[in-house]
Every structure is written in C-alpha cells, then in structure tokens.
Design a binder for this molecule. Structure first.
Ligand SMILES: NC(=O)c1ccc[n+]([C@@H]2O[C@H](COP(=O)([O-])OP(=O)(O)OC[C@H]3O[C@@H](n4cnc5c(N)ncnc54)[C@H](OP(=O)(O)O)[C@@H]3O)[C@@H](O)[C@H]2O)c1
Length: 354
C-alpha cells in the first residue's frame, strides 16, 4: 500500500496507549486511528471519546475491513495469542515490547507474519531516538578507541500492587519489562551475537522477578553488564568504555519528547558534553512502522528480517538470563551478608537458591 495513511486499530486500552502511543499515532500524518478495543465497553468508549475513534471489543476490531494494522499493547504473555489473531485476520502488527514472553512465542509471531506477508514490528521506541545512532557512529569512528566494556541500566521505583508487571501469568517481572532495554541496547551497539555468562534475579513474595543483573559477552569479546529492576531510584543510562575514552548517556531509554540529551565524551586529558537535539521517539517509532507498511515490507524479508531477528534475540537473551540466574527469593537478601559484617555471599547458599 502506498499513499494513504495506515488505518490503525488499538487492541487493548492500556496505560501506554493512552499516555504515549495514541497521541503519537494521532500526530503522525501517516497513521489514522479508526477504532480502539477493550474487554470493558465503558473503557473503550472513554478512549474513543478522547481520541476521536470508534469503540469496540477485540473480536470486533479484528473483523473490521477498515483496519489495516493493529497496535497491540497487551501484557507480554498475551502478545502471541492476540498477535497471531491479528496477523491471521490480515492486519499488520505493531506489538509492544517485549515481542513475546518466551522465545517460542516470539518465533511463532515472526513465522505467522512472514507466511502472511505482513509487517511485524516491536514498539521498542528508544531504538528510534537518534542519540543512540550518534553513540554508535562515535564508537565505529574510533572516538573512544576499541570498545572494552558496556554497562547499561534501567530501573524504576515500585509500581502499584495490581500492576500487570507483578503477575507472572501475564509475563510480568523486571527482566521482561525493563531488563530488555539494556539487553537490546547491547544488541544495537555490539551486535545480536551475545552470550549470557551469569546473572542474578531477585524475586518478590509472588515469585516474580523485581530486579537483577546479568553479564554477557559479545562476539568480539566485549563484556556487557546490565542492571534492571522495579525497586530502584529511577535510572536509565549507559556507559561505553573504550581503550582511549568513554561515552556516557543518561535518561537513555525513555527521554521525554522535549528532552535534549547530553552525551558526555571523556578522554585522557579532557571531557566534553554534547547537547543533542530533542526527539519524540514515540512518534518516530510509529512513523517507522507506517513507512514499512506503506512500502509493502514483509516480516522476514529485506529490512524487516533484521527487525524481527533482533526482537526474537532479545526474548532469547532474556530467557538465557533467567536460565543462568542465581535466583534470590524474597526475604533472603539479608542472608547474603554473613552475620557480624561485610563479606561475600556463601556460595553454598547461592547454589541452593538456583
Ligand atoms: N514502549 C514503551 O515505552 C512501553 C511503556 C510501557 C509499557 N509498554 C508495554 O506495553 C504493554 C502494556 O503495558 P501497560 O503499562 O500499558 O499495561 P496496562 O495499562 O496494564 O495495559 C494492558 C492492557 O491489556 C489488556 N488486557 C487484556 N487482558 C488482560 C489481563 N488478563 N490482565 C490485564 N490486562 C489485560 C487491558 O486492556 P482492556 O482492559 O482494554 O482489554 C489492559 O489495559 C506491555 O507489553 C509493556 O511492556 C511499553
């Protein structure tokens, strides 16, 4: 399809749709929101009134011939079921991050989209902010010498108890919600070929992971450490350390549209701060999706192949982090410090928690 705006239906009246994606879809000249769907009719009506669209339910949305593409902001464990339903109904799909809750579901989505000849994009908005391209260009241009280590973190304060992120059956947990940001950044800067070498996950009383860290290594041997969680002071940053300097970026993953990023470049004898132009990564992400649809792209072909492969790899890396992790249950943290003072964790205790 070329020329006309992509007609989008929103499946799930979620918080992120209300706050960010619907405003971005409304502002983008290449998209038009025609309907919003909810399990709750009153909620659908409220969203529809705010954004000037029709209100319907999930099945009604997928049956509409005037919907070219579906935006899917459901909890991660529901991405496969409703994503497959949307693709099978012939709709292009913009699905919220992470692509799915497990690798098999992520691969299934790509396979169905490929067979149907449709676009499948993950709404991982930070990738569209030009600040990361700037970092990559500086790295590739040798500004900090050869890369020696990447350290990236995304953490937020605790959420309300009923949040989907605390429900393991919905694909909750900090690893899939915020941990995937630094993992995807590492892919973006160092390539998809990353291996997990160790990890720690902290669980809460419901058995959901609320924080953790992982160590990975790139294909060229660059160590990557990622930290993430739901019980942290807000932090969203990374540091790329090279043989002759460092690149540092704060507010890296969710900069508000008006935020002018400050990229710090440190070398042996001086430091510079570059104030970069603000960018609306929400709008850039939906515009990129609309451009792919209008250009007739298909999942698994041409440029879409790399987008799909990277999205699947992120879910695989998250699964590898989980598999490698020393899991520390709620209430056990105190046991890491031996009575009477500082010291390393007892390896026997740690292996008992795996
Ligand atoms: N890209 C980003 O920056 C960003 C930021 C935040 C979140 N996200 C992603 O967006 C997705 C939604 O996150 P959110 O914070 O917007 O969550 P949310 O407000 O809880 O929305 C999830 C929606 O899913 C629908 N849903 C269907 N079955 C459900 C069930 N069994 N339990 C709960 N909800 C159900 C509900 O819509 P109805 O009631 O209308 O059916 C609900 O409003 C997640 O994948 C998350 O990772 C992305």
């Amino acid at each position: 399809m070329t020329g006309a705006a992509v007609r989008v239906g929103v499946l799930g009246c979620s918080a992120i749709a209300w706050r960010r994606t619907l405003p971005a879809l409304r502002a983008c000249p290449d998209t038009e929101v025609v309907a919003v769907a909810s399990r709750d009719g009153a909620k659908a009506e409220r969203f529809a009134a705010e954004f000037g669209t029709d209100a319907t339910d999930y099945a009604g949305l997928l049956a509409r011939p005037d919907v070219d593409a579906v935006y899917l902001p459901l909890p991660p464990a529901l991405h496969e079921r409703w994503g497959v339903a949307a693709l099978t109904a012939g709709k292009h799909l913009l699905v919220e991050k992470p692509l799915a809750a497990d690798p098999a579901a992520a691969r299934a989505l790509v396979s169905v989209a490929d067979d149907a000849g449709l676009v499948l994009r993950e709404n991982f908005m930070f990738l569209h902010h030009p600040q990361h391209a700037r970092v990559r260009d500086l790295m590739i241009g040798g500004r900090i010498g050869g890369p020696r280590a990447l350290r990236a973190a995304f953490g937020i304060p605790p959420l309300p108890d009923a949040d989907i992120r605390y429900d393991p059956t919905l694909g909750g947990g900090a690893l899939l919600d915020v941990g995937v940001y630094p993992l995807r950044l590492a892919q973006h800067l160092l390539g998809d070929d990353l291996r997990v070498t160790g990890a720690v996950l902290h669980q809460d009383a419901r058995g959901v992971d609320v924080g953790g860290a992982a160590l990975l290594v790139s294909a060229t041997g660059v160590p990557v450490s990622v930290e993430f969680g739901f019980r942290h002071a807000y932090g969203s940053r990374y540091e790329l350390w090279g043989s002759t300097g460092r690149l540092l970026l704060d507010r890296a993953f969710t900069p508000p549209p008006g935020w002018q990023p400050v990229l710090r470049v440190e070398e042996q004898d001086h430091a510079e701060e570059h104030t970069l132009p603000a960018a609306d990564q929400f709008r850039l992400s939906v515009a990129a999706f609309a451009a792919a649809v209008r250009a007739g792209h298909r999942a698994g072909h041409g440029p879409e192949r790399a987008w799909c492969a990277a999205a699947v790899t992120t879910v695989e890396l998250a699964a590898a982090v989980r598999a490698a992790a020393v899991t520390i249950p709620a209430g056990a943290v105190g046991a890491l410090v031996p009575a009477g003072g500082q010291g390393a964790a007892d390896p026997a205790e740690l292996s008992a928690w795996r």
